[in-house]
Ligand binder design. Structure first.
Ligand code: NAD
Length: 476
């Protein structure tokens, strides 16, 4: 019996009902993709890039439909446009970079056995599974799918059940390029469908929460397949004594509230040197109070609604707990209208690390601010978290770099925040519980889908068994 799911409309109103793919449908899709894989992998990287570029143009031709569906999925307009632009840029990037990454030819004579000539081949995984979250539904799916395709893999994607609408126009663009349609597919559904994808793939890319990442990782471990896990964050921003207060407040605000805070690299903790604390709080409260919500019209205002209703409840609970625990809420908070939920940027002081606001991911436009007295204290506070996705430090450049090098995070932006969203060609790993597996950014974003096969040629006489026969020898 078909299982139907309903994705809520983030701006309120009717939800979107769709059929979830069951494990048999996932198996079917995987079988079709595997059957087409050999032909795709046998193509040169230049040929694959040509087909990817044609697919990119097919996506661009349908950008209006894709953006419209993303607006329905996410309740925001400008960022939906930006997502499509970002996805097109990722395809452009890999069409250009894949050739040089795959050009590597490693041949030579072994240093340990001089008669052996070797040659390396890069062998793609047959089927890569991509399980994606709801916060940037298209981009966070294609960010892994595109380099996997460029590497020569077939790809089966499972987008979030909270943002299913963009899949139809996306798959129209896929159908327009049959070579891509043969090796790329999407199955819609919830946790069961995601688990089924992770259960059939030869390597799995997962972007989502730490809790689900643990399950996907455990499943991959049991199957002995690689899992590339991109998980949550609790990014700190440190404002050093030599930072400019107004600039720091502007960066901290943008870094915390952009996309309604629904971004893994959102700033979720702000630490300010005690000499700047009072003017910083004043500046960020003033700037946060001027932020507008798109409650009336989707294309007016700074911030959209929460995409997933459950996220609004979680943010509301964390704010309530902090205030009950003695925090001061200077501005902002939840606004529920017509079935949608928005949040004006919430700036809090009087906070401490025992609050859930510090221990758990918030994923909302919330800015808790604490003061510190020394660099050592700032580093201790910033590193006091099980997460280690990214971080930011603001101040005189050399000073900021010295502090940045002491932070336990996979990427640290200096004199800005969240630069990893813009810089796709620089490798970064996730520290702590924020992820496992090689960087999706930079060269390793593609190399991780290839296994290195060594061809070893004996150019001298092969050793006979007699060479290994035990003979009594004098022992030292
Ligand atoms: P989630 O973990 O709830 O779900 C992610 C995906 O996993 C969804 O498609 C879901 O259907 C699927 N899923 C659920 N259970 C599964 C299972 N047992 N097996 C396989 N798949 C399963 O995450 P979310 O709420 O959609 O996304 C928000 C989270 O994603 C946040 O924690 C955020 O920090 C994280 N995130 C991380 C990055 C990054 O690059 N590190 C980027 C964006 C979002």
């Amino acid at each position: 019996m078909t299982n139907f799911l309903v994705a809520a409309n983030p701006r309120g109103g009717e939800g979107h009902r769709f059929a979830a793919a069951d494990p048999a449908a996932v198996d079917d899709a995987a079988g079709r993709l595997r059957a087409a894989h050999r032909r795709w992998a046998a193509r040169s990287v230049e040929e694959r890039s040509t087909f990817l570029a044609r697919w990119r143009n097919a996506l661009d031709e349908r950008r209006g439909e894709i953006v419209a569906a993303l607006i329905e999925d996410t309740g925001r307009a400008l960022l939906s446009e930006a997502e499509v632009d970002g996805a097109l840029r990722r395809i452009d990037y890999w069409c250009g970079a894949a050739t040089s990454v795959l050009a590597e030819r490693s041949v030579g004579m072994s240093a340990t056995v001089p008669s052996v000539r070797f040659e390396h081949r890069l062998v793609p995984f047959e089927l890569v599974g991509v399980v994606a979250p709801w916060n940037f539904p298209l981009l966070l799916m294609l960010i892994d799918a595109v380099p996997a395709l460029a590497a020569g893999c077939a790809v089966l994607c499972k987008p979030s059940e909270h943002t299913p609408r963009f899949v139809e126009p996306l798959m129209d663009a896929v159908a327009a390029e049959p070579e891509i349609a043969a090796v790329f597919d999407c199955v819609r559904g919830g946790a069961d469908t995601g688990a089924a994808v992770a259960g059939v793939a030869d390597a799995v890319c997962f972007t989502g929460s730490v809790a689900t990442g643990r399950k996907v990782g455990a499943r991959a471990g049991a199957r002995l397949i690689p899992a590339f896990l991109e998980l949550g964050g609790k990014d700190p921003l440190v404002v050093l004594a030599d930072a400019d207060v107004e600039t720091a407040a502007a960066i901290a605000l943008r870094g915390s509230v952009l996309a309604t805070g629904q971004a893994c690299q959102s700033i979720e903790r702000v630490y300010v040197h005690e000499t700047l604390y009072a003017p910083f709080v004043e500046a960020i409260v003033a700037a946060a109070s001027a932020v507008t919500l798109n409650t009336q019209q989707v294309d007016r205002g700074h911030l959209g609604p929460f995409i997933h209703p459950g996220q609004a409840d979680l943010v509301e609970a964390q704010l309530a707990e902090a205030v009950a625990g003695g925090a001061t809420l200077h501005c902002g908070g939840l606004q529920r209208r017509n079935g949608g939920a928005w949040c004006a940027p919430a700036v809090l002081t009087g906070v401490h690390h025992d609050m859930r606001l510090f221990a758990e991911e918030t994923f909302g436009p919330v800015v808790p601010v604490m003061a510190f007295a020394s660099d050592d204290e700032a580093v201790r506070l910033a590193n006091d978290s099980e997460f280690g996705l990214s971080a930011a430090v603001l101040g005189a450049e050399e000073h900021a770099l010295a502090v940045a090098r002491r932070l336990c995070a996979g990427a640290v932006s200096v004199n800005d925040a969240g630069l990893t969203t813009q810089v796709g060609d620089v490798e970064k790993d996730s520290f702590g519980v924020s992820g496992v597996g090689r960087s999706r950014m930079g060269t390793s974003g593609l190399v991780r889908f290839l296994r290195r096969q060594a061809l070893l040629v004996q150019t001298g006489p092969a050793a006979p068994l007699d060479a290994f026969r035990e003979v009594a020898r004098p022992r030292p």
